[in-house]
Design a protein around this ligand. Sequence first.
Ligand code: PAZ
Length: 366
Amino acid sequence: MNVEPTTFSAEDYFATQTPPSTLHHDVEQVKNFVARQAKEGRKVALVTSGGTTVPLELNVVRFLDNFSAGTRGATSAEYFLKAGYAVIFMHRQFSLQPFSRHYSHSTNPFLDFLEIEKDGTQVDSTPRISVTPEKREDLLEVLSTYKAVHAAGTLHSLTYVTVNDYLWLLRALSQELAVLRRNAMFYLAAAVSDFFLPRQKMSEHKIQSGKGSLHIEMDQVPKILGSVVDEWTREGFVISFKLETDPALLIPKARAALERYGHQVVIGNDLHRRKHEVVFVSRKPLPSLPPGTHPEPTTAVTNVNGDVPTRDTLSDTFVEYWLRIDIPDSTVPASQVKEIEEDIVTELVKRHSAWIQQSVASEVSR
Ligand code: PAZ
């Protein structure tokens, strides 16, 4: 069968692709979470995190994936919680999560710092387990924050695997967050595939070898950010991420995304420098805005040379703000390494507040 490649609109996509079986349940939980946060007057950040898969068969044996481990999303979620936001953490199943990320099985396996005490058994004669002394302080800090967040009920996590799961969830969650109006922030850090195989073109069973090379033609994933901004959650503060490997493309592509979707900020990052350098691209404030409403970046950062923050105005319409931190020395313990997400979140929290003030003021003056 020869099926032509299609460019799906968001509408066509949802009319032809099937939702994940857990969607209804996930949405009910988010609805309750959002209602509670709204009642308690909290802002809510929807953080998307990790890569998406693209299955090649209906009975999936093979799939396409990408590099993202979910570090950006999981780390940022912690800083949003610290800043007083409630967080909906929508992440790729088994990618990094807030708090537990500090004890990742590959970089800091927790079994390595638990000890079975030789003496001092408990009343029922089972041996006691204790934490290696040099790990106690860090663990106590992470654990206390984790427990406090759970007690406050300000973190809600849910998972996706495929790009299809991601798209359905993002649509449903955006619609749920619309009730928060300007108090909703969308922090879209997930690495979402640009291409997919519609179920109508997938083989039902495992693709067989023996016929030479494999040719698969994928369709383009619909540009869903436009629907988030224009239809599903029209008053939210939306930040998308743009990843490139060619530095020359970063700013033009980020600007093009802002131009196309009309959201608030694109954070650009280069694959290899993403842990210590990002660029915020946004539209220049209109000259008629009241004084003090311009979200001026004030975060104290230094670049790799120890210079003061740079802010380059490169066009009449857009403004770029580079955020850089020092590349950590390999001798610094992981728990003391500065994380760029701390500064990213500080900057966004400030911009979100300024933006709320500004849009409330312009609504009042209308
Ligand atoms: O998950 P991670 O920390 O390894 O990587 C983060 C990132 C590079 C995926 C994120 O910062 C990002 O740029 N996300 C958007 C990617 C894109 O679709 O362009």
